[in-house]
Design a protein around this ligand. Structure first.
Ligand code: ZN
Length: 282
């Protein structure tokens, strides 16, 4: 990290200006930022500089984070709080970038009190209670391709916002003076109605799969992908309400049309929450 380590020595974390050529090349890699006007772009740059000054961003598993990678990640994380406040990331301790998907030990206690533990390969993870965001660079880079509808950086930072006041539950903290309580008071109802509907769509998708469905089988995998292509969100959104919020946030910023068409009330709540409207024509 040449420029960052030069400009952000460990003990003097004053925000430093991102060089203009680096900023322009970052914007060029993130087509979903094209909608931002000049003021928003300079605000985003300022947030990015503050975020990089406040939070350590480092590589793991032998991965070296270049200045370009650091700014690319920080720009996407800053997009969520562009019209909010960086205090939403107070709970974030660090950003850790792995070269590829990484294994995380998962633990779940079922209704009978039985503890299940397994290793899961993840492209990203947000750890609550002052934890870090971990990202797989392979997946971050893949999702910069034109036409990409997923964004692991936005996904994990949406979780981090959701974790701002306790465990992630799909209802992020509202900020005094920035959020209108009248506009957001019915958030839980709007999101749970959409979540229930989405889970029903997943049930119907699963009913259409053969009884011997095996996602390692190429023909089965193609059938699943074809059925999932008709969904307004990635199937992962059905996992729980916190994932629904994170996946909906990704869609909101990167590919909002299917979300707005299927769940217009969710789109409007996200627009009110993030105080941005990606579908509005400039
Ligand atoms: Zn998630």
């Amino acid at each position: 990290m040449g420029w960052l380590t030069r400009l952000f020595p460990a003990l003097a974390r004053e925000p430093a200006a991102i060089p203009d050529d680096l900023w322009q090349s970052t914007l060029g890699q993130l087509p979903f930022l094209d909608r931002l006007d000049g003021n928003e772009r300079s605000r985003l740059k300022g947030l990015c500089e503050q975020l990089l000054a406040r939070k350590p961003l480092s590589g793991a598993g032998g991965f070296e984070v270049s200045d370009g990678i650091a700014v690319l990640i920080a720009a996407q994380a800053s997009l969520l709080v562009l019209h909010l406040d960086l205090s939403l990331y107070d709970d974030l301790s660090a950003v850790i970038v792995f070269p590829d998907a990484f294994e995380v030990r998962q633990r779940h206690v079922d209704e009978a009190g039985v503890v299940h533990e397994w290793d899961e390969e993840l492209a990203g993870e947000a750890v609550e209670q002052g934890g870090a965001v971990a990202l797989s660079w392979f997946d971050v880079a893949l999702q910069q391709e034109p036409g990409a509808t997923h964004n692991i950086v936005i996904h994990e930072f949406a979780h981090k916002i959701d974790m701002g006041r306790g465990a992630a539950n799909g209802c992020p903290p509202f900020l005094k003076g920035l959020h209108d309580p009248d506009e957001l008071h019915d958030w839980p109802q709007v999101f749970s109605t959409a979540y229930d509907d989405f889970c029903e769509r997943i049930d119907r998708l699963e009913d259409a799969l053969p009884p011997d469905f095996d996602d390692d089988h190429p023909r089965h995998a193609r059938l699943y992908d074809a059925l999932a292509a008709d969904l307004p969100l990635d199937p992962y959104a059905s996992r729980d309400p916190a994932e629904f919020f994170a996946v909906a946030s990704e869609a909101f910023f990167v590919a909002p049309q299917p979300l707005a068409a299927a769940y217009p009330a969710v789109y409007r709540k996200l627009a009110a929450y993030y105080r941005q409207d990606p579908l509005a024509m400039a």
